[in-house]
Design a protein around this ligand. Sequence first.
Ligand SMILES: Nc1nc(C(F)(F)F)ncc1COP(=O)(O)OP(=O)(O)O
Ligand SMILES: [Mg+2]
Length: 218
Amino acid sequence: MVDKRTEQIKELLPVYFIMGSSNCNGRNPVDVLEEAIAGGITLFQFREKGESALTGKEKVRLAERLQKVCQENHIPFIVNDDFELAIELDADGIHVGQDDLAAVIIREKFSNKILGVSAHTIEEAEQAIKDGADYLGLGPIYPTRSKDDAEEVAGTEIIKRFRDHGITLPIVGIGGISPESAEQVIQAGADGVAVISSIASSSDVEETAKSFLRATSK
Ligand SMILES: Nc1nc(C(F)(F)F)ncc1COP(=O)(O)OP(=O)(O)O
Ligand SMILES: [Mg+2]
């Protein structure tokens, strides 16, 4: 029996756009997000990383502007890594990796919010489930340009392996996914694809988001 919460999370995962100022090729991130939403993204994560990443007040101000766009369009706003920022903005959720603040601590303080956890092994996934994660981020599925400290490329095999092991928590694949490869990620058992540069640096953000939506609709 799949519970209501799991169904609600699964409905948010099909096209999970992740972005920060360094992913937008110098374009205004607000414009990029508005175009991605017009193209049908289903969830957004603010991930301000990389050498040119904003910090301090500038980072908060950008986060507030992007959160406002999400609120106006009824798209949940997820913060990557930065728990203080997620609390300050009363974000809809947070995503943490294995080297970030422990999911169990976040779950305690951020009780009814969306909690996503990156996992690379079955053990990490089982721990995340115990800690109360709402979804798992698995990857990098393909070589990625968006994360310079990424683990080795896993391929869609990792999704199949987790499902065959009996992991039923919602899963989103991440890492180098294109509109052409998105369908294989879903066929492997993921509930959606997380995308950074394929959408954020596209010459037609709205159209690219639309192509991901088409590729992931079951
Ligand atoms: N940010 C992410 N979002 C997802 C999501 F599931 F949301 F698609 N999966 C994986 C990551 C990677 O998270 P992490 O391993 O902490 O690295 P970084 O903080 O550099 O992103
Ligand atoms: Mg992280």
